[in-house]
Design a protein around this ligand. Structure first.
Ligand SMILES: CC(C)(COP(=O)(O)OP(=O)(O)OC[C@H]1O[C@@H](n2cnc3c(N)ncnc32)[C@H](O)[C@@H]1OP(=O)(O)O)[C@@H](O)C(=O)NCCC(=O)NCCS
Length: 147
């Protein structure tokens, strides 16, 4: 399995939307059908970025990353089912953390559904700790060494 990683380009949007729908189905979210029209545009203009994992020319995973002055926020993370459990999610998170370090931002942060214990354990293993509780979700945070 040869997987490569790169910054997303606008042509990746349909594949990213598909992976987002897959993520919602995986976590049992029925309230939201998908991204609102134009939501992803902000990731192609400057500070906010998306990293994708590509296999055989297909986008098989992505993480969307928002840059704030004091932290980098991992907005969405999804790996298509057939490619899960192979280290792709870990690698995508590392790209987001490298981006934070290179941007001189000291912290990365994300939300995870309370019910998504598998993802929470993955984040914990990667050094994330619960830093807040918000309704159905935990906020998790990791301190990053500057680049
Ligand atoms: C969570 C997710 C992005 C992790 O990506 P991944 O490529 O499977 O992650 P990795 O291979 O780097 O790590 C796998 C670990 O993730 C955890 N995991 C979470 N959900 C998993 C799944 N559906 N299948 C396999 N592993 C999963 C396991 O604990 C596994 O640990 P292990 O390596 O000790 O077995 C991916 O499983 C996924 O897209 N899940 C559905 C959507 C989702 O939950 N997104 C996160 C929302 S906060």
């Amino acid at each position: 399995m040869n997987v490569t990683y790169r910054r997303a380009v606008p042509a990746d949007i349909p594949a990213i939307e598909q992976l987002f729908a897959e993520m919602l189905a995986s976590v049992g979210d029925k309230g939201c059908g998908g991204y609102e029209n134009g939501y992803l545009d902000k990731f192609f203009g400057g500070g906010d970025v998306i990293y994708v994992a590509v296999s055989d020319g297909d986008v098989v995973g992505y993480v969307s990353v928002e840059l704030y002055p004091d932290f980098v926020y991992l907005d969405d993370l999804s790996v298509t089912e057939r490619f899960r459990g192979k280290g792709i999610g870990t690698k995508l998170i590392k790209f987001a953390e490298r981006y934070a370090a290179d941007s001189n931002v000291p912290m990365t942060s994300l939300h995870v559904e309370r019910s998504n214990t598998a993802a929470r354990y993955l984040y914990q293993r990667l050094g994330y700790a619960v830093s807040g509780e918000e309704d159905e979700r935990f906020r998790m945070t990791k301190h990053i060494r500057k680049g």
